[in-house]
Design a protein around this ligand. Structure first.
Ligand SMILES: [Zn+2]
Length: 457
């Protein structure tokens, strides 16, 4: 019987950033392997796509490899398990631990926002997922079947983020997951890939370059100094994974170097606090510089006298009673919910205070409205005049920009047969494919949803 060809089918993260879900069918071994099983996020219409049945039978899948713990890469894993997946899940240890927190948080949020709807997975499904979930180290190679092996490489995007290299003999297929905006304050640089024949790569910023990054630390320092001098509150809406820890790390260093006035720093995010604990636990995944610093000070990272972690609601409420000269980090990153809303309600109308936006603000979110300069906002039914300062720092993106994505491909271009450009909006993915073809002379395309590509592996 003729051997089956190996194929990749692109079930999610196609024509859009979110919902990453790729099925790699290995011909020689007959294995069915998924890479990522993410949530579709963004507009409301995406809700149905998350609830829909998978286009394949989860019972027939042997493995799920998870690149990192962002919801758009893990959010439908409990549903996959609920629908019959009983294979093995693999990721690094921090990815597994952050995923457990993020999935529980996502379930809570779903319940809060959809009181009339049954969630599409349960706590029991999360627990079952964790039971099927094994961990591996960077540079570890796992032998699968019929000579097919897989190795893990550091993607430099968030703690534990991984690229998976599937190989047989000299042939190699690489799934990048999200690629970090190296150098990062906390993580190692994205490892370079050599000898790949096929790449399935992200393209969130496929058509854009970041602003100069060297300025970001100075801008943060200025925002702190100016706000503290004015006697106001600095509010920083921050994503719980990576951004929160990056900002904390920067503030910790500024305090140690006596570059900013001393003021209490509140980490007012239960999920942010839990994820920060995982960063402390897996300090070995952080870059050399950070680890050295931790060793020299003989203390744990993210622990300084001014930092107050407010886990309970009562502690959170008490922040308002403290002197207004303070820094507050809270979720959500785009002010679409979470505790940041309480602080914005309290301080947006205070001219001494500052709202500092350090992450992407999606169209339609409260954060975006404020960034765009609206003068009045409605928070929890109350009209609030925006009289505080609003500042934006773009340099903290966790994704490579267009030039650096191209550089990443250039490192392995001699062996490349084809690049599949995914996890970007259509425009970004098309633009990056074009650049890869034009500048590197490598075949590249942005696949369509559910497209099947044959590969030699
Ligand atoms: Zn990500």
């Amino acid at each position: 019987m003729a051997e089956q060809k190996s194929t990749i089918t692109f079930y999610g993260g196609v024509g859009e950033v979110t919902g990453a879900n790729f099925l790699f069918k290995d011909g020689p071994s007959g294995l069915s392997i998924l890479v990522d099983c993410g949530l579709f996020q963004g507009v409301k219409a995406f809700d149905d796509k998350n609830i829909e049945a998978f286009a394949y039978d989860p019972k027939t899948i042997d493995y799920l490899f998870v690149t990192h713990a962002h919801l758009d890469h893990i959010g439908r894993i409990p549903k996959l398990v609920k629908d019959g997946f009983n294979g093995v899940i693999y990721s690094t240890a921090p990815t597994k631990e952050i995923a457990e927190i993020a999935l529980a948080d996502s379930l809570n949020l779903f319940k809060k926002e959809n009181e009339d709807k049954e969630p599409f997975f349960s706590t029991a499904d999360i627990t079952k997922s964790m039971e099927l979930w094994k961990t591996a180290e960077y540079h570890e190679t796992i032998n699968l079947k019929e000579g097919l092996r897989v190795s893990l490489k550091d993607a430099g995007h968030i703690l534990g983020s991984t690229m998976f290299e599937f190989a047989r003999g000299e042939n190699k297929l690489v799934f990048t997951g999200d690629l970090g905006n190296s150098p990062s304050p906390l993580l190692y640089d994205t490892e370079s890939i050599k000898g790949a024949n096929y790449l399935v790569m992200e393209s969130v910023y496929g058509d854009r370059n970041h602003e100069d990054r060297s300025e970001r630390r100075n801008l943060l320092e200025d925002a702190i100094e100016d706000t503290m001098r004015a006697g106001g509150t600095l509010m920083i809406p921050a994503f719980s994974i990576e951004r929160t820890q990056e900002i904390l790390y920067e503030i910790e260093n500024m305090i140690e170097e006596s570059r900013i006035p001393l003021a209490p720093v509140f980490l007012d995010s239960p999920m942010g606090i839990r994820v920060t604990d995982i960063y402390k636990k897996y300090a070995r995944f952080l870059n050399e510089g950070v680890r050295q610093q931790v060793e020299e000070s003989g203390d744990s990272i993210f622990r300084f006298a001014q930092l107050h972690e407010t886990l309970s609601t009562d502690e959170s409420k008490a922040i308002f009673q403290a002197n207004p000269k303070k820094i507050i980090l809270a979720g959500s990153g785009m002010s679409t919910g979470g505790r940041i809303l309480h602080h914005e309600k309290n301080y947006l109308s205070d001219p001494r205070s500052t709202l500092l936006l350090v992450g992407y603000q999606q169209m339609g979110s409260l954060g975006r409205l404020i960034q765009d300069g609206v003068k009045t906002v409605k928070i929890m039914g109350q009209e609030i005049a925006v009289r505080s300062q609003v500042r934006v720092i773009h340099g903290y993106s966790a994704h490579k920009d267009s030039d650096h994505l191209l550089e990443f491909v250039d490192d392995t271009k001699d062996t490349l047969k084809k690049v599949f450009v995914v996890m970007g909006e259509t425009k970004a993915a098309m633009f990056l494919s074009q650049r890869i073809r034009d500048y590197l002379g490598v075949l590249a395309k942005a696949p369509e949803a559910a497209e099947v590509a044959e590969i030699d592996l």
